[in-house]
Design a protein around this ligand. Structure first.
Ligand SMILES: N[C@@H](CCC(=O)N[C@@H](CS)C(=O)NCC(=O)O)C(=O)O
Length: 211
């Protein structure tokens, strides 16, 4: 498989965690979101692959090109059921997906590159942009803190889908100086992930395009 990825992209990081948790090998194909001239993701070569102009995208072993991290992760879960990312129980699965959706639908989209650039275009200065990011990340993390378990990873002793969404969101929180102090359960999950080989492999510090 080929993964079009950017080292500090939250959505790419999710997919990298899912791949690593499942023990799947892949080629990383870095797409620079910053340079040249506003990013490789806006250039014709990448837009021909993904008309939305965002990362990640996954080329499967069968040659199919998939976009959108939730769709890619679901594909991986169904195509490679080993080491499942979702529990067997129907209600438990829905709860895990609920946490993933809080982050993937209601937090991350509000601070991706194009949304922040749009805020700047409409006259917001850097302090206002930073406050905007902090507001949405803090609100999302406060919700997640109430939804996850009292011990282990988000939903048990083994990491799964919710952890694959949460840990990249925490990387973004750190990058934008959002304090994790109010969230002891989240800090516990972060500490476990920091020692886990799959999360270490997927971390932005360990990618081929890490500066
Ligand atoms: N919902 C999409 C979000 C993808 C997304 O926004 N990716 C960001 C990087 S994390 C991106 O490519 N941003 C480029 C831009 O906004 O111009 C997914 O989960 O894959």
């Amino acid at each position: 498989m080929d993964l079009y990825t950017y080292y500090r992209s939250t959505s790419s990081y999710r997919v990298r965690i899912a791949l690593a948790l499942k023990g799947l090998d892949y080629h990383a194909l870095p797409v620079n979101l910053i340079a040249p001239a506003g990013g490789e993701h806006r250039q014709a070569a990448y837009l021909a692959l993904n008309p939305q102009g965002r990362v990640p995208a996954l080329r499967t072993d069968d040659g199919a090109l998939l976009i959108q991290s939730p769709a890619i992760i679901e594909y991986l879960e169904e195509r490679y059921p080993q080491r499942p990312l979702l529990p067997a129980d129907l209600v438990a699965r829905a709860r895990v997906r609920g946490v993933a959706a809080v982050i993937g639908c209601d937090v991350h989209p509000l601070h991706n590159v194009s949304v922040l650039n749009r805020l700047r275009e409409t006259g917001q200065d850097e302090m206002q942009v930073t406050q905007w990011i902090g507001h949405w990340i803090s609100q999302g993390l406060a919700t997640v803190e109430q939804l996850i378990a009292d011990s282990g990873f988000c939903f048990g002793a083994e990491p799964g889908l919710a952890d694959a969404y949460l840990i990249p969101q925490l990387y973004a929180a750190e990058r934008f100086h959002v304090s994790l102090e109010p969230y002891p359960r989240i800090r516990r999950v972060a500490a476990l992930a920091a020692e886990h080989p799959a999360f270490i492999q997927a971390h932005p510090a360990n990618q081929p395009d890490t500066p």
